[in-house]
Write a new protein. Structure first.
Length: 306
C-alpha cells in the first residue's frame, strides 16, 4: 500500500515536470534558451520543445517582416524650406540570437534609428528631390538604417517615404509655377501651329500662282461653302488688280486744268497795277568809290546828311 502511494507521488511529480518543461515554438518564431542565464548556441526551431524546469528559460523571437510606421518628422531642407515627412520601414530579424542579446528592445531601437535617419535625409535633400526623386532617397534612407541594424541581427528590406507636407505659401508658389509652365507650353504650341500654317499657306499660294485655274476653283469652292447655309447675302471677292486698273483709268481721264478751249489752255488775265500802286524803283548800286560805302553804310540805305 505504501509502495503504491510512493509510486503515485513520483508519477505525479514526473507529470508536472513534463508539463512545465514542454514548450511550443510557432512557425513564425525562433526560440533562444537561457540555461542558468547563459544563452545556448542551439536555436530552437518550430515545434514541440522540452526544457528543464527551473533551469532553462526560453525567449521567442518573431522572424516575420515587421511593418513599422515612422512618425512624422519636421525638418528644413537644404534649400531652406520647412517640410514635414513621414515614412514606413519594412524589416525582419535575420539572426534571432543577436536580436535577443545585442539589443534590449530591437523594435524600439529600429524606430529611433529610422526617425534620426529620416531627419538627416531631410536636411541633406532639396525640395525637388523630396517631391520627384523619392526612389534614390528611399535607398539612401534604407542604407542609413540598415548600417546599425546589421549589428543587431536585423535586415532592412525597404523604406518608403509616404507623404511630404508643405507650407500653404509654398503650395501656392508651386501651383503658380505649374500654371506659368503650362501657359508657356500652350503659347509655344500655338506659335508652332501658326508657323506651320503660314508655311502651308505660302506653299499653297505658290501653287496657285503657277496655276491660275486653281485660284478660280478655290473661289468657287468658297462661294459654295458660303451659300450652303440659308443666307440672303452673297459676298463676291474682287481681285485687287481690277481695282487698281479702275483707279489708273480714272486718273488718266481727269482734266488737267480748270478750263480748256480745244487744245489750248486759257490763261487768266492778271489785272494791271495802278500807277499809284506801282513798285518804286530801287536806287542804282553805288560804285565802290562811293564815300557812303566807305563810311560803313549798306547799299540801299538812305544817304547820310551832314
Amino acid at each position: 500500500m505504501d509502495i503504491n502511494i510512493v509510486l503515485g507521488v513520483i508519477a505525479f511529480f514526473l507529470f508536472l515536470v513534463v508539463v512545465t518543461g514542454v514548450r511550443v515554438v510557432n512557425q513564425v518564431e525562433r526560440g533562444i534558451v537561457f540555461r542558468f542565464g547563459r544563452a545556448q548556441q542551439q536555436i530552437r526551431q518550430p515545434g514541440l520543445r522540452f526544457l528543464i524546469p527551473g533551469v532553462d528559460r526560453m525567449r521567442k523571437v518573431n522572424v516575420q517582416i515587421v511593418t513599422m510606421p515612422i512618425p512624422t518628422q519636421e525638418g528644413i531642407t537644404r534649400d531652406n524650406i520647412s517640410v514635414r515627412v513621414d515614412a514606413v520601414a519594412y524589416f525582419r530579424v535575420q539572426d534571432p540570437m543577436r536580436a535577443a542579446i545585442e539589443v534590449q528592445n530591437y523594435l524600439f531601437a529600429v524606430e529611433q534609428v529610422a526617425q534620426t535617419s529620416l531627419r538627416s535625409i531631410i536636411g541633406k535633400s532639396e525640395l525637388d528631390d523630396l517631391l520627384t526623386n523619392r526612389e534614390e532617397l528611399n535607398r539612401g534612407l534604407a542604407l542609413m538604417i540598415d548600417s546599425p541594424a546589421l549589428g543587431w541581427g536585423i535586415h532592412i528590406d525597404r523604406v518608403e517615404i509616404k507623404d511630404v507636407q508643405l507650407p500653404e505659401a509654398m503650395k501656392r508658389s508651386i501651383a503658380r509655377q505649374a500654371e506659368a509652365e503650362r501657359e508657356r507650353r500652350s503659347r509655344v504650341i500655338v506659335a508652332d501651329g501658326e508657323l506651320q500654317a503660314a508655311g502651308k499657306l505660302a506653299d499653297a499660294s505658290g501653287i496657285m500662282a503657277q496655276t491660275p485655274g486653281a485660284l478660280q476653283l478655290r473661289l468657287l469652292q468658297t462661294v459654295v461653302e458660303v451659300a450652303a447655309e440659308k443666307n440672303s447675302t452673297l459676298i463676291m471677292p474682287l481681285p485687287v488688280e481690277l481695282l487698281r486698273f479702275f483707279e489708273r483709268a480714272t486718273q488718266n481721264a481727269a482734266p488737267a486744268g480748270p478750263a480748256a478751249v480745244g487744245s489750248e489752255r486759257v490763261q487768266p488775265e492778271r489785272p494791271a497795277l495802278a500807277e499809284e500802286e506801282a513798285v518804286p524803283e530801287l536806287p542804282a548800286q553805288r560804285s565802290e568809290s562811293d564815300p557812303a560805302l566807305e563810311s560803313g553804310q549798306k547799299p540801299g540805305d538812305l544817304p547820310l546828311t551832314r
